[in-house]
Write a protein that binds this ligand. Structure first.
Ligand code: SF4
Ligand code: F3S
Length: 106
């Protein structure tokens, strides 16, 4: 499955959800996740993310391995999102900032 990584946090551009053929994105307050059991590995979402936050699970950077578990866990509790909405208001300021996991809201 594909995995949403750290740089989505506090950006949440949501371009990714528009292209997913199986609607497997789930939305929290400032982050999105992919349901690993629903993703069909089509790879369409990866190039759509302005924050380059989406990775194939075997290509996720080593220091973001824990995002696999996080996507699986949060996809079970968050609501499905299938339509693009406005990014978070200061998304461009947060794009690329390191250490955003500490800002994750659940
Ligand atoms: Fe959806 Fe395809 Fe991205 Fe998986 S890889 S989340 S199926 S768009
Ligand atoms: Fe997040 Fe990128 Fe989608 S910032 S909401 S994974 S387009």
């Amino acid at each position: 499955a594909f995995v949403v990584g750290e740089n989505c946090i506090k950006c949440k551009y949501t371009d990714c959800v528009e292209v997913c053929p199986v609607d497997c994105f789930y939305e929290g307050p400032n982050f999105l996740v992919i349901h690993p059991d629903e993703c069909i590995d089509c790879a369409l979402c990866e190039p759509e993310c302005p924050a380059n936050a989406i990775f194939a699970e075997d290509e996720i950077p080593e220091d973001q391995e824990h995002f696999k578990e996080l996507n699986a866990e949060l996809a079970e509790v968050w609501d499905n999102i299938t339509e693009k909405k406005d990014a978070l208001s200061d998304a461009d300021d947060w794009n690329g900032v390191e250490g955003k996991l500490s800002y994750l809201e659940r």
